[in-house]
Design a protein around this ligand. Sequence first.
Ligand SMILES: C[S@@+](CC[C@H](N)C(=O)[O-])C[C@H]1O[C@@H](n2cnc3c(N)ncnc32)[C@H](O)[C@@H]1O
Length: 479
Amino acid sequence: MSPSKENDLDKTHKITYQTTLDSETTEIPDVMIDEVLRGNLRIAKFAGSKFPYLIPPTQYTEKLGWSLEPHSLQTNFVGNVNEPVHRWLGYVQGFSASFVREMHSILKSSIDSYVMDPFMGSGTVPLESMFQGYKSIGVEINPFLHFAAKTKIDALYHGNPDEIKKVEKRLLSDPLESIDAKNEIFLRRTLDHFDPQSLKFLLNIKENIERLDSDSITYRILKLAFLSILVDASQMTRAPCMGYPKKKKAVGEERTRNLFRQRIEMMIEDIVRFRKDDLPKKYAPKLFFDDAKTCNFNGLLASTVITSPPYVNGMDYVNNYKIELVWGDFAKSYPELKKLKNAMVACDNISRNSVKEKLLKYNDKMLEDIIDRIEKSIAERPVEYRRPDQPLIVTKYFNDLYEILENTTNHIESNGQLALVVGDSLIADVYVPTDLLLANACVNHLGFDLVRILKSRDRRSGQRTTFKLRETVAILRKQ
Ligand SMILES: C[S@@+](CC[C@H](N)C(=O)[O-])C[C@H]1O[C@@H](n2cnc3c(N)ncnc32)[C@H](O)[C@@H]1O
């Protein structure tokens, strides 16, 4: 939260920051106010005594003897809205296709061997690599995202535009029946999620799609079109977390019908376009619905890995995509949603009391010190921290990532390259240079040399919005 107007006018007042996440209040000493008003809370924090466990970001780069090269890159999904096929499903946590193209040119990826993404999400890396003529591999643990990535690719090879149009026409011309939402969707707040007319339309379309042959590509294309419009057709927004906008959205049956129609039109347009292209000469990516910790990649080796894991204090991926997971029948109950959440790389959305790991699986004094600081910072708070088990969560996060990086490394050719896109974090007022820690684990334990670290963009802490964070792309080469 930024300083209030009153504070701007009268610099002699103390500035009070209230964070919604921490539900705690922190007073900044008077002497620091100038810096705070210049927007650089970091300086104030480092100099102040209220944040005794905070080590400035620069100290970590200095300690490691590494420097960050400013290199602005459009890593995030925004650029995909006009990119054929990538635009079929908005995935806020996804890469942009242009970033994948740029990485291929920076890495000079070899056209003869595989490009891999062990956290493929909606499949931007395998899909865009395929468009560029590379062979590719992708792994994803979220069944909805795996379904989306696979359907995009299969639709290009096997989708039949005439059949899709025919089935769509039939679905849309059927008279709407009254269907009890509670019998179809187990989520507790479905009636709040949708306006009654949109809900009736969506339940009918869902039922009609489910009557199609579930092995057919037409079924999967229509199901993806349907799932990809659900949030737009709902009363919610995903920006990037799911929530209700202040102003109620105007979505009724007509708008929902149009959203569905337009999405199908867009998909058909892209399928036709790629048919005309030299698609048969391109290699269809090999996609795995699996845990990247244990996936065996069918024994394939990659020469290039471009990937981005969840961030350490990142968002609740399952809660954020529960609408699609549930409406798509990928999760049939709350326990199933919870099971998926607990199988994913640990973030602070992981179920309470589910994290037991106290020890790091690899030796890293710098990380141990950071976890220790987080523990002390939490213990000294007057108000209980949102997640008292945060030190365990951070331990598990790095253990999970270590296991995945180790497994991935076993599937990289020697001399192969790994481009790791990660953001740093501020956890309980302790700075966590996740990017450097992961790159350091690769160098110290997994047999990589660090080639360079590109600073792709600035970010801000969700817990203290004036605290500047970054996102980097660490490029490493396997020895
Ligand atoms: C930052 S997103 C990657 C998005 C992707 N680059 C794209 O363009 O769509 C991280 C992904 O890692 C997935 N993930 C988390 N834990 C995983 C695991 N153990 N194995 C495989 N994927 C996992 C999440 O479901 C999420 O989709």
